[in-house]
Design a protein around this ligand. Sequence first.
Ligand code: NAP
Length: 332
Amino acid sequence: MRAAVITQPGGPDVLSVQMRPLPPLTDNHVLVRVIASALNRADLVQRAGHYPAPPGAPPDIPGLEFAGEIAALGPGVSGWSLGDRVFGLVPGGAHAEYLATHADTIARVPDALSFDDAGALPEACITAHDALRQAAFVAGETVLIHAVGSGVGLAAVQIVRALGGIPYGTARSERKLDAARAWGLEDGVVPVMTEAKLPQFAAEIMQCTTGRGVDVILDLVGGAYVGEGVRALAPRGRLILIGLLAGRDTTVDLSRVLSRRLSVRGTVLRAREVAERIAFTQAFAEEIVPLLADGRVKPVIERSYSLEEIAEAHAMLGGNDVIGKVAVRIGL
Ligand SMILES: NC(=O)c1ccc[n+]([C@@H]2O[C@H](COP(=O)([O-])OP(=O)(O)OC[C@H]3O[C@@H](n4cnc5c(N)ncnc54)[C@H](OP(=O)(O)O)[C@@H]3O)[C@@H](O)[C@H]2O)c1
């Protein structure tokens, strides 16, 4: 099979398309012929040598999400047939023509979705949905989403709306906030940076929410956004830390955490054991796939590349100008 391969740690030019053997098919696994996928930040960080694949995933073939057809069934698989249209997440190896994955970690692609659309949905939707579940989000609550123009950000805006919440966002340009408004964003803030390079957005978020603050923050940025986010939370607010684009360090006003009874919690999907992967896939199939089927949540794809153009695709996502997803077409 053809696969995108990280030949050594480095920039986009270390990627090449090579021939690799098909992945082995073990008990309870299916072989999927991958037709479409998309890029994620993690692919870029892995390529740069800072995010090795977890045990069991191909060490040098990136790719966390896929849509395709079932090409073979391993021993013990029931409920799936050859040719079924499926999508889901893997801890690596999706930027190849075939992958093997546990049969309970795939979901059926609704008829209304093309493979190209379906391949750009699982990571963004599952990350946002799983984080909202961890935050115990309920309809009527307000949710602040950082890097709201990102792949995960725009999925989160639509999911929060579809589930009856009110999404707010931050982005470093008005252009991305405007794009997010078109997908349902209630209001947004471009953080002002202080001389010490600390982002300021809490005062504006307080104004937007008539002084109460937001119930939930989906923090895709990390660093000093966390400390400032704590100032933007309502009593009993929950901040879910999802990404570290702005770094690992921050200063948090603990008196505010204490007196407002706030929670700060981190999350990661990629490293989870198979039982948890099954659980988040089933929650996605039950609660999000129906929203995809009837168009209440849609993919936002800025541009699609072929597998041979994988280096250009990485360079584009790394440029931070993308609104939504960069997709990768892998098979026919
Ligand atoms: N924990 C998990 O399991 C999990 C799963 C999926 C994704 N993630 C994380 O979620 C985040 C979003 O992922 P994605 O694939 O949707 O990203 P993406 O589409 O690549 O977008 C990331 C956006 O973040 C903003 N950004 C970059 N550097 C920044 C900085 N220093 N300060 C503030 N904003 C910055 C940029 O938008 P602006 O122009 O608005 O600044 C950029 O376009 C990433 O951190 C990723 O690692 C985590």
